[in-house]
Write a protein that binds this ligand. Structure first.
Ligand code: ADP
Ligand code: MG
Length: 243
């Protein structure tokens, strides 16, 4: 679905991504691993349209989208979550998802004049809440949710935009083992009909859910392949797993 073709990004003299190639296939989860500062968030930022690459291309379904804005990419079905929580704490779970669902529309304000479409948006928001495992908590004020539930809400907000490509930057950050296990289960269910790029540090979680793993070190891809290949790679172990 989504292809990063030799993406490079410089920050002054620093090369945060150097000719990074990643392919996201429908129905699969691709994990991006690497130590802090390896360039994982930079890669996601380029794919989402939040950061222009210095060079390289991004293809969605074969179409070059490198120059499209983040908003335009969202309309094409690319959704992302951020490394830091990004919800409206004073709004309810459903309201957060409704706002996300509306933001996908070319003219979000038109929603208020069109009862039918408002209904569609609420439907989509409810479906997203349920798919993210928050069914029954629609009316909860987001700020009162547990940390794990707040991260589930972020996923729900991405789903509410009807995204088919999910770019998730450390959705398990700060979670306890029980919350992590729940999130891994959730991610597994989200693969169906979608392509997921997951940035994550937790090895157990990554090996439990990933179909493909790319390991980055110092802005470059060290190795990419199925979990068994990555687990047994001497290079990866030396550079990363062994730390
Ligand atoms: P990761 O997500 O793997 O921890 P990042 O992509 O956030 O890594 O960062 C990769 C490198 O790029 C780091 O050295 C970081 O300091 C640098 N970097 C990231 N964003 C910026 C920026 N906006 N300006 C300057 N340097 C940046
Ligand atoms: Mg990061």
């Amino acid at each position: 679905m989504l292809v990063a073709d030799r993406l490079t990004r410089h920050f002054g003299g620093l090369t945060a991504n150097e000719e990074v190639c990643i392919t996201l296939e429908r129905g699969t989860l691709h994990a991006l691993l690497g130590p802090n500062g390896a360039g994982k968030s930079t890669c996601i930022n380029m794919l989402s349209g939040d950061l222009p690459p210095s060079s390289g291309r991004i293809l969605l379904g074969g179409k070059d989208i490198t120059r499209l804005s983040a908003a335009a990419r969202s309309h094409l079905g690319i959704g992302r979550s951020y490394q830091r929580t990004n919800i409206f704490p004073q709004f309810t779970v459903l309201e957060n998802c409704r706002l996300a669902a509306q933001s996908r529309r070319p003219r979000p304000w038109k929603i208020f004049t069109d009862a039918q479409r408002l209904g569609d948006t609420v439907e989509r928001a409810r479906a997203a809440v349920a798919e993210a495992g928050l069914g029954g908590r629609e009316a909860r004020v987001a700020g009162t949710l547990s940390h794990g539930e707040q991260r589930q809400l972020e996923i729900a907000m991405v789903l509410a935009t009807d995204a088919k490509v999910l770019l998730l930057d450390e959705p398990l950050a700060g979670m306890g083992s029980e919350e992590s296990a729940k999130m891994v289960e959730l991610l597994r269910g989200l693969k169906d009909g979608r392509a997921i790029l997951l940035v994550e540090h937790d090895m157990d979680a990554v090996f439990a859910v990933a179909d493909t793993i790319t390991v980055m070190v110092n802005g470059a891809v060290l190795e990419s392949g199925p979990p068994a290949q990555i687990r047994n790679s001497a290079e990866v172990q030396a550079a990363y797993l062994g730390e």
